[in-house]
Design a protein around this ligand. Structure first.
Ligand SMILES: [Zn+2]
Length: 114
C-alpha cells in the first residue's frame, strides 16, 4: 500500500471517482498535524488553481474539464461558481462520496496508482 505523492495523481483519481475532502486526504501520507480533510481540500484548491493556468494558457478545454471534475467528483463549490461565470452549463446534482458510501475501497485506489 503506497500513498499518492503528487497533485497529478489526485486528478487521475478524481477523474474516475467521487471523493470528499476527507477521503481524498486519506490517500496521502499523513504528516500527523493536519487533518485528512484539510489535506483533501488543499489538494482540490491547488487543482482549481491549475485549471485556471490551463484556461489562461490556451488549453481552455482541459482547464474546463478539471473544473467540471472538481465540481462533480470533488463536490468543490468554487468550481461550480467559476463554471457558471464562464457560462459552462453544469447541473448541480446531489453528491455522494464513493468511499463514504462503501462503493470503493481507498486502499485499492492507492494500489492502482502505484
Ligand atoms: Zn468520503
Amino acid at each position: 500500500m503506497t500513498e499518492l505523492a503528487t497533485i497529478d495523481s489526485a486528478l487521475k483519481v478524481l477523474f474516475r471517482y467521487k471523493l470528499c475532502n476527507k477521503c481524498l486526504g486519506k490517500l496521502y501520507y499523513d504528516p500527523g498535524y493536519v487533518e485528512n480533510e484539510e489535506v483533501g481540500e488543499s489538494i482540490k484548491i491547488v487543482l482549481y488553481m491549475e485549471a485556471f493556468k490551463y484556461i489562461q494558457e490556451e488549453n481552455y478545454n482541459y482547464g474546463i474539464e478539471i473544473l467540471k471534475t472538481l465540481a462533480e467528483n470533488g463536490d468543490f463549490h468554487p468550481a461550480y461558481l467559476s463554471l457558471k461565470e464562464l457560462n459552462v452549463d453544469l447541473e448541480k446534482k446531489g453528491f455522494q462520496c464513493d468511499s463514504c458510501i462503501g462503493k470503493i475501497d481507498l486502499n485499492s485506489i492507492k494500489d492502482e496508482d502505484g
